[in-house]
Design a protein around this ligand. Structure first.
Ligand code: BGC
Ligand code: BGC
Length: 928
């Protein structure tokens, strides 16, 4: 949220550059120095002294002379600006300033010119400004951040909530260094580093400026009570690992964690969890003997910003220990998207006032835990300036992890010595800074595990040396390029709604960092790699909510995750067998092997001394059809026949065998009893509409796909038939079930009953619960919710969305009207709002859709459910993309290609995104 806009003066508000040029020119002529308009370009945004130096181009003059020349130039300039009037305001400025006023956004000026106040007075805009910081205000000029920080303090707005409009490269640099949002005015060659570039301010509205903030998640003030939420939304990763946004030096009660795909270890009750890996970011700073921490001494000008476009997390602050000295601390880090085994962290300490002795201890901290549980045994470790590493082993699964680090120090002379503690090898760097000096430490880290290679230590050591040799800047450039590539395939543009725009980018960023590009034996858990929630377990969330985004934009990542189901099919086979069925029955919660890892018992939220029986692992069986659906969709979109033939069809047929056994013949039809549908408030129900609808679809597709395979690869069908014992009788059974599986839909109205007897349940008096802050299940109790017509999440509506062309508009409307009002949208499942947004678009209600969409958009960024600290709501993030693409844009595939049926909320000006159909890029660009 932007609270203040700070404008540079010259070249942005008014064009005094011309007057400056003429004054320097006159001085140059006085002194017989050649000086052209082209030379003048370099003087943009530069202080008077620096301008003089540039003008002199190497010619030496005495200090007295310099003073006199600068004073002369200034007197020429002051003479000239007496002619300034309102007419010298650049086009668009007055209306923009007035609009900012109207929106209660503060306005400041930050100009290197000492004449800024005089210029402003002449231009007659004082009344539209809240403050002016000029060259007299500070010592260090742009590109140092001081002037902008001074302006922010004057406006009483935290730096990350300020937006700077600048026309000089040095100004953009200064604003970025202070953690502010930047809008560059002028050519890209000059101001291309800015978050957004505009040619000038003519016709520009406030919303155009604010667009620049749509690539960043910023924290304006550090609040310990929000730290878990911030850690989650500032998570970084690269598909190999995810690291929560905790501070390098740590903070009391933080939930620091790095999760690596596939690194499971056993736990009681919940079977297995992703182990929190040794902390690669660990870095302690001592200045003059005092340990730096966010809760010690005075922290000023704080800003923490996650740049989504480039995948970089930055923190900047001024630390003022009580002795009156001042230090600027900056942190920047990223796990490389270009090489997932490389992480890099840069820390700078700048002595702003006073000398300092600085000590930094950079280490690899193996003393990490999973909410109290310890998983690691320490195997070996070493620390030295060239070679610091740690090898740990997971206690039960014996998986090895090797982590190695290497440091590089720049700026001042420093000494390094080893500082080894068991399980925490490290190196201490010591340096003396004179006032004004700065030390830069780059920490390179590499991680390999025994899942990646035979000798993880060797791999990590050689990789970290390679990284250090490349150097920080070059690693960062490669990382940023990889992000650029991702966004060019995946970005969704929403114009006219900055909050929605930022939310979708954040969601896609979070999904990308969770998707492995190298490893098809892993998949994305319900909380990605960003938190302890659900312990890394994989649910239907991935196939139904997340994978579609990848299928349409980055199919090779989608394929990896679908392959995970192939690699874990043995788990599904044993689950089916254990339950007395043939074929494959996928686990509700899945981890390394595909065996069921849903806990059977969990402590009651309201009374942790008692346990609740969790039934999902036993009877929430729709997941097997959901997996088939994701595979089918992937094939439709990509045309990847090879995958379909070798893995897709085998999975779909083997799970179909399970359905054939699971459905029971009863009278004229088939039934599926004792299940949990998507709406988990109701357990042990018979003939859940979603489950039965999906099973019907699954069996129909199984038959079609077997026929397709028979046509295209007869040999493979033979083998499959044999392996799975698929006989003509079996196929007849599937056809029969698909035709006669109970599905309670009133033919007259189209209304579908969620399960047998749902309509007989009592209604909830919703008015009684208006303004509630808890879920309906916690208010009614588990049994109470189970016995009422109240839904945790989309169930029938979910089915309509997935199989939307099977249902006519009458059916859509009847079911929407019925179930929409009976669903716990606020505190039920986070999976539900995005689906309701999509569904509302199908009904032609984009404004209702928007309400649901924003409920999903705020689940993580605003933490409206209060549980974002446990990790990103992956399904909600993937659901946002689907709501935009399938809902608001109305994309559907047709026989020959695709069609759209846009329904934009009235305030949206544009919705645009690319996708790939059979490998070919398509672009959708919708305007009202
Ligand atoms: C939802 C499920 C979901 C699970 C994991 C539950 O609260 O009801 O649909 O799979 O969370 O996100
Ligand atoms: C979810 C289930 C899950 C269970 C155990 C519940 O909160 O709704 O889908 O299986 O937790 O992890």
């Amino acid at each position: 949220m932007i609270e203040a806009v700070i404008f540079d003066l010259d070249g942005v508000i008014t064009d005094t550059a011309e007057y400056h040029f003429r004054s320097w020119k006159r001085l140059a002529e006085d002194e017989g120095i050649p000086f052209s308009r082209a030379d003048n370009e370099k003087l943009r945004g530069v202080s008077r002294r620096e301008s003089l130096r540039l003008m002199l181009a190497g010619q030496e003059i005495s200090e007295d002379q310099a003073e006199e020349w600068m004073a002369r130039k200034n007197s020429y300039y002051q003479e000239m600006i007496t002619d300034l009037t309102q007419d010298d305001l650049l086009p668009g400025v007055t209306s923009l300033l007035a609009e900012l006023r109207g929106k209660n956004i503060k306005v400041g000026i930050a100009s290197a010119s000492r004449n800024a106040p005089a210029v402003i007075a002449r231009l007659g805009i004082e009344a539209l400004l809240d403050g002016c910081a000029d060259g007299n205000s500070i010592e260090r000029q742009k590109p140092a951040p001081d002037l902008f920080l001074y302006a922010a303090r004057m406006l009483d707005v935290p730096p990350s909530r300020c937006l700077v409009v600048e026309d000089a490269a040095s100004g953009i640099q200064a604003a970025k260094a202070s953690g502010m949002v930047t809008v560059g005015i002028g050519p890209v060659e000059r101001v291309g580093e800015a978050d957004e570039v505009l040619p000038d301010l003519e016709g520009i509205h406030v919303s155009d400026l604010l667009r620049a903030a749509n690539w960043r998640v910023a924290e304006a003030e550090f609040r310990p009570d929000c730290q878990h939420h911030q850690e989650t939304i500032l998570t970084q990763g690269n598909g190999y690992l995810g690291t929560r946004g905790s501070f390098e030096e740590r903070f009391p009660n933080d939930r620091q964690a790095t999760f690596i795909h596939g690194m499971w270890d056993d736990v009681p009750i919940v079977f297995t969890e992703l182990v929190n890996a040794p902390d690669w970011t660990s870095l302690e700073i001592r200045i003059n003997g005092q340990r730096f921490s966010m809760d010690r001494e005075k922290v000023e000008d704080y800003a923490r910003v996650l740049d989504l476009k480039k995948g970089i997390l930055r923190r900047r602050l001024r630390w003022e220990p009580s002795d009156g000295r001042q230090f600027e601390l900056t942190f920047e880090r990223f796990p490389s998207l270009e090489d997932p085994h490389v992480m890099a962290l840069r820390v700078q300490v700048h002595a702003l006032e006073g000398d300092a002795s600085v000590e930094m201890r950079a280490s690899l901290d193996g003393h990490v835990e999973n909410e109290g549980r310890l998983h690691w045994e320490f195997v070996t470790q070493q620390s030295s300036s060239e070679n610091t590493h740690l090898v740990v082993k997971a206690r039960s699964t014996q998986k090895l992890l090797a982590i190695a680090t290497c440091l590089s120090v720049n700026g001042v002379k420093a000494s390094m010595e080893r500082r080894d503690c068991p399980g925490n090898p490290g190196v201490s760097i010591q340096a003396k800074l004179n006032s004004g000096e700065r030390i830069t430490v780059d920490k390179f880290v590499s991680i390999y595990t025994s899942r990646d290679t035979e000798d993880p230590l060797e791999a990590a050591q050689s990789k970290v040396h390679e990284a250090a040799t490349s150097g920080y800047e070059s690693l960062r450039a490669a990382h940023e390029a990889a992000w650029g590539e991702f966004w060019s395939r995946s970005d969704v543009i929403i114009e006219g709604d900055n909050e929605a725009q930022l939310a979708i980018r954040h969601a896609l960023y979070q999904l990308r960092i969770a998707a492995s590009q190298e490893d098809e034996r892993v998949s994305i858990g319900a909380k990605t790699l960003s938190g302890f929630g659900y312990r890394g377990h994989v649910f239907w969330d991935n196939e139904i909510f997340v994978i579609p985004f990848f299928t349409y934009t980055n199919p090779e990542l989608a394929r990896n995750m679908l392959m995970y189901r192939w690699h874990t099919i043995n788990g599904a086979r044993s689950k089916a067998a254990d339950n007395g069925f043939g074929g494959a029955q996928y686990a509700w919660e899945s981890a390394e092997t595909g065996e069921e890892v849903t806990p059977r018992w969990l402590p009651d939220w309201n009374d942790p001394t008692s346990l609740i029986r969790i039934w999902t692992g036993d009877i929430q069986i729709h997941i097997s059809a959901d997996i088939a659906y994701a595979i089918w969709q992937y094939w439709q979109v990509t045309g990847d026949d090879e995958f379909m033939r070798n893995f897709g069809v085998p999975i779909i047929l083997e799970t179909a065998v399970f359905w054939g056994d699971r459905a029971e013949h009863e009278g004229d039809h088939y039934v599926i009893r004792q299940v949990i549908g998507p709406d988990e408030y109701h357990t042990h129900v018979d003939n859940n509409a979603y489950t039965n609808g999906m099973v019907r679809w699954h069996l129909t597709k199984a038959i079609e796909l077997r026929e397709w395979l028979q046509r295209t690869s007869p040999a493979e069908v033979k083998e499959l038939d044999q392996r799975l014992a698929i006989t003509p009788t079996q196929l007849d059974l599937w056809r029969d079930i698909a035709a006669k599986l109970k599905f309670c839909m009133d033919p007259a109205t189209g209304l579908i009953e969620q399960f047998d007897g749902f309509f007989q349940q009592p209604e909830v008096d919703w008015e009684k619960y208006a303004g509630r802050t808890e879920s309906m299940q916690s208010l009614l109790g588990i049994e109470g919710a189970n016995a009422h017509q109240v839904l945790k999440q989309a169930d029938v509506i979910m089915l309509l969305c997935l199989l939307r062309d099977q249902f006519d508009s009458k059916t859509w409307k009847a079911n929407w009207d019925y179930y929409h009002t009976r669903t716990d949208h606020e505190y039920g499942s986070s999976l539900s709002p995005a689906i309701h947004a999509w569904a509302a678009c199908e009904l032609g209600q984009p404004e209702v859709a928007y309400e649901h969409f924003m409920r999903a958009a705020r689940a993580d960024l605003q933490d409206i459910r209060g549980n974002a600290g446990h990790g990103i709501h992956a399904a909600s993030a993937g659901g946002l993309w689907q709501a935009l693409v399938f809902g608001f844009a109305g994309l559907r595939l047709t026989d020959g290609g695709f069609e759209i049926n846009p329904q934009l909320p009235s305030h949206w000006k544009r919705l645009a995104f690319p996708f790939y159909l059979h490998g070919e890029r398509q672009e959708v660009d919708v305007r009202p």
